[in-house]
Write a protein that binds this ligand. Structure first.
Ligand SMILES: [Mn+2]
Length: 472
């Protein structure tokens, strides 16, 4: 028998709601999973991507992760992982660093055997490049074959990756797909193959209301019966879900009647224990205008870590809204992209409008932005209309412009998280990154081609999160 913990979408480094406490929570959730793995004596921890929230985690998170992985390695438990969309796939990964330190194994097409199971890896690949995938995995002698991957697979919500096609094209017959990307846990059979998501380990969005956890996957010994039968039916694979303790989220839905207002909302909030919790107040129905700030202050005074009020009465359409059109900030970014500004102009725009620099430092940052590029006059050339669109695409997933030293990436997920159950922003197929600076147009365009659909968002401001989550 081989038992593994299947986890993913840890998003270490996500400073959600601009709070250091939240950032610590994401690492703590990972540590909890690792502690459980050791207490349980599982044969491996399998991580299905998005270990980090973005491509440039801070040292404190890299070190915290290192410590956790070292503890796991000291217990003799291998850490098998792949790379998710949040971490990018352009070059070497932090995972490679941990692998070189002997603390992790980056799964690939050659397979890694643990007990009776051979684990294969398929990193996240943007939709536009999936046709090129060969799904050529090296066959192994192991009793079970498992693919670990990151993406939105059928038959789960928001899927854009054809699981049946993957299974039929793969050179190895998989007993299970252990997946990441969809933050909602789930378990299904596709033909003879188990397909499962463990869900995220902390709430990366207020839409993730259910308790967080991970999968415990058991592969039974085939020795008791006919091995080929086990494989044919998938019966030898058992998937159980186990919860973990996370930061308390209080969801307070208030349906206001005619003539009701702030008092009613506060009364409802007051009925919850909000101490150290993230408090999400959602107002629906009729009634008087309610100022979110007053509700949020009330909750904070009662010890809430974070409080957010979303007034759903402003959405009177009664139908689900495509958030990409509901976001005025995104509309502005879209328009700016269409203008085909030069890289320098775009950088200035980013510095002034979108970055989180303090007002007092914007002037210096703009001067610095321009000064740095004086040697390269191409940087001052605007794009003509035919390339503007290309440039706009290149903005998706491009590195943030310099001058915006306060990297907005860690707060960038507002728009994508508004899609609720997934974190890729692919539901609306666009994101808020405005500009590409300091790279040639060719590079930029190729980045766009590679990552334009990966849902990477690096520049939308944290404020988006509020405006977007109103529509969750
Ligand atoms: Mn994720």
């Amino acid at each position: 028998m081989t038992r593994v913990i299947h986890t993913g979408d840890t998003h270490i480094g996500y400073r959600q709601y601009h709070r250091d406490e939240r950032r610590a929570d994401f690492l703590a959730a990972f540590e909890r999973v690792i502690d459980d793995a050791i207490a349980d004596g599982v044969d491996a921890v399998v991580h299905a991507g998005d270990l980090f929230h973005d491509r440039r985690p801070d040292l404190v998170d890299l070190l915290g992760t290192l410590d956790a992985l070292r503890t796991l390695a000291d217990a003799g438990i291998p850490f098998l992982a792949i790379v998710g969309n949040h971490e990018g796939t352009r070059s070497d990964q932090w995972l490679d660093l941990y692998e070189r330190l002997g603390l992790a194994t980056r799964l690939d097409a050659s397979g890694t055997e643990v007990g009776e199971v051979c684990f294969y890896g398929q990193d996240h690949v943007p939709e536009s490049r999936r046709d090129d995938l060969s799904y050529a995995f090296e066959p192994a002698e192991s009793e079970y074959a498992v693919l670990v991957s990151h993406g939105l697979f059928e038959p789960f919500a928001h899927a854009n990756w054809d699981t049946e096609e993957l299974l039929s094209r793969s050179t190895v017959e998989f007993d299970a797909l252990l997946l990441g990307d969809n933050h909602v846990p789930g378990r299904q059979r596709v033909g003879e193959t188990w397909v499962t998501y463990p869900g995220s380990t902390e709430r990366a969005s207020a839409s993730e209301e259910d308790d967080r956890g991970y999968n415990l996957v058991t592969f039974d010994d085939g020795s008791s019966g006919d091995e080929s039968d086990d494989r044919a039916t998938g019966e030898g694979v058992r998937i159980a879900r186990r919860g973990i303790e996370t930061r308390s989220f209080v969801f307070c839905d208030v349906d206001l009647g005619e003539g009701e207002g702030l008092d009613r909302v506060l009364e409802q909030v007051g009925q919850h224990d909000v101490e150290d919790a993230v408090v999400i107040v959602r107002v629906e129905g009729q009634g008087e205008p309610v100022t979110p700030a007053e509700v949020e202050r009330y909750a904070s005074e009662r010890g809430a870590l974070v409080a957010r009020m979303y007034d759903r009465r402003e959405d009177d359409s009664g139908t689900e809204i495509d958030v990409s059109f509901a976001d005025p900030d995104e509309a502005v970014r879209e328009r700016v992209r269409e203008m085909g500004l030069s890289p320098v102009a775009s950088a200035v725009d980013e510095t002034v409008r979108a970055s989180k620099l303090a007002d007092s430092t914007v002037r210096d940052a703009v001067a610095e932005t321009v000064r740095e590029r004086l040697d390269d006059l191409d940087e001052f050339e605007g794009m003509d209309e035919s390339t503007a669109e290309e440039g706009a695409n290149a903005g998706t997933g491009a590195d943030p412009v310099s001058g915006a030293e306060d990297d907005p990436a860690s707060e960038a997920s507002g728009s994508r998280e508004a899609t609720g159950t997934v974190d890729g922003g692919r539901a609306d197929g666009r994101d808020g990154a405005p500009t590409t600076v300091g790279r040639s147009e060719a590079e930029a365009a190729s980045d766009g081609g590679e990552e334009g659909e990966s849902g990477e968002t690096e520049s939308s401001d944290g404020d988006d999160q509020r405006s977007m989550e109103e529509y969750l």
